[in-house]
Design a protein around this ligand. Structure first.
Ligand code: P5A
Length: 440
């Protein structure tokens, strides 16, 4: 991409309603624009990051054997009446009538729809275990949408659903997802903590929220400091390792506001290890047994030939919320610090004097092609703006690395600068090796 072609409408004056830094920076850099309260358009820069995050989320789902599919945003009210949630869900659900007067709704979640698909298509225990997922827009008519895409009305969620024969197997699926979630957030360079949580309108008796600790978060959390030291890289995919991981996390106290008990917290965690802070909920997983399979009659033939309701769980990640959460967790000096894996561009090539030295732009284009050929996501500054304004643009976008072509470039050596970090003099091939290594 050449920057002169990139549609990124910079907003000089961000509305005072944008209280969170992530909201301000996303508006300012032209990542998003509000369409109406709590509903946003994703402009090219924002969408690029959203897609990179989605890809990582999907890769980790695929790795545990979950299969991707796509369900619609609009659902029939009938299945929600069958599950009993049509009335329970209240005003958060956007209800629609079509021209025939049929009751429809914009899905706030998909437990009913996936259970219907399962009921109509899976008949025997032989098809289990089964985990299906999709990445789809959801609508919740939040009473107070705020903080940009952090708490909005239309948002992108990855939601997965597991089907098992027994409770024991369902807990295995739950634990596998637990690890997949920790790995997903780890790849986004976020420290997400699984906290025992209440299950709310989704239901069930076992649930964990995944929370990123930041002062700007909406959730109040209570935990043992030791949880922060658990290194998830030490767990592999074997059942023993997954069980060890769950046991390690269960050893230490952690709870969200709703589950918090002062007595339990103070008796279990010594004063110096007590952490009381705020966080952003980026994921939430649930085990709810037959809460949906029973009323929707999603029976399968068990091993003994008898019909049995499958044991289910559901697992959500707020993909669009994650974009804002990464900014909140990592921004520095008003600059978005994107992990390389999701940066809108990995490197910016900045010829400083395109006007007085047209050869520098040719050099820039040559490097651009070399980087592209090596699979590096690169943006070239082909404008005649002042060096100061060029640097400002790339800071605003948050490109993690810059190759500067200027008076300090000698022969094939260029300044290679980390955003807000150190500068080295490197050749193009050294730069390529370095970036490839950083990408892993
Ligand atoms: C799990 C998957 C569910 O809906 N059903 C399917 C279950 N869980 S949840 O906790 O209600 O939502 C999952 C994640 O979605 C994000 N999220 C939101 N993001 C932006 N704006 C909102 N209004 C919003 N509501 C939920 C959160 O990250 C949440 O963990």
């Amino acid at each position: 991409m050449f920057i002169s072609k990139l549609f990124f409408p910079v907003l000089r004056d961000v509305s005072a309603d944008a209280k969170l830094k992530s909201h301000q920076l996303m508006l300012k850099s032209g990542m998003i624009r509000q369409s109406t309260a709590g509903i946003y358009s994703w402009l090219p820069l924002g969408l690029k990051i959203l897609k990179k995050i989605t890809k990582i989320v999907c890769e980790e789902q695929d790795k545990i054997g979950a299969q991707e599919m796509l369900m619609p945003t609009i659902q029939s009210a009938d299945i929600w009446k069958e599950s009993g949630r049509y009335n329970d869900y209240g005003e958060e659900m956007l209800r629609i009538k079509d021209r025939q007067g049929r009751e429809l709704l914009y899905g706030p979640t998909n437990e009913e729809l996936i259970t219907e698909i399962f009921r109509d298509n899976v008949k025997s225990y032989k098809s289990l275990p089964l985990i299906l997922y999709h990445v789809q827009w959801k609508f919740r008519d939040e009473i107070r949408p705020r903080f940009g895409v952090m708490r909005c009305r239309e948002f992108l969620m990855k939601d997965a659903y597991s089907f098992d024969l027994t409770k024991e197997d369902a807990i295995k699926s739950y634990n596998k997802m637990f690890l997949a979630y920790l790995r997903t957030f780890h790849r986004l360079e976020l420290k997400a903590l699984p906290l025992k949580a209440s299950s709310g309108p989704i239901g069930g008796d076992s649930s964990h929220e995944f929370i990123i600790l930041t002062d700007s978060g909406e959730s109040q959390v209570y935990l043992d400091k030791a949880l922060l030291d658990i290194n998830i890289e030490k767990y592999d995919d074997s059942e023993t390792s997954i069980n060890a991981m769950v046991a390690d996390y269960s050893k230490f106290y952690s709870a969200t506001d709703e589950k918090y008990s002062k007595d339990e917290f103070e008796s279990k965690v010594k004063k110096s290890d007590q952490v009381v802070t705020k966080g952003i909920e980026v994921g939430h997983i649930f085990y709810f047994g037959d809460k949906y399979s029973k009323p929707l009659k999603a029976n399968i033939l068990g091993k003994d030939g008898k019909n049995i309701n499958s044991q289910m769980g559901s697992y959500g990640i707020g993909v669009s919320r994650l974009v804002a959460a990464v900014i909140e967790a990592k921004y520095n000096n008003n600059i978005m610090k994107w992990p390389l894996a999701i940066a809108p561009f990995e490197v910016a090539i900045i010829p400083l004097n395109n006007k007085s030295d047209p050869k520098s732009l040719d050099k820039g284009k040559k490097i651009y092609n070399e980087l592209k050929a090596n699979g590096i996501d690169v943006i070239l500054d082909d404008t005649e703006e002042s060096p100061a304004s060029k640097f400002k643009n790339f800071e605003l976008i948050g490109v993690p690395f810059q190759i500067i072509i200027g008076s300090k470039s000698v022969d094939d050596q260029f300044e290679f600068k980390e955003l807000n970090g150190i500068t080295e003099n490197l050749s193009v091939s050294e730069i390529i090796i370095k970036i490839k290594k950083l990408k892993g």
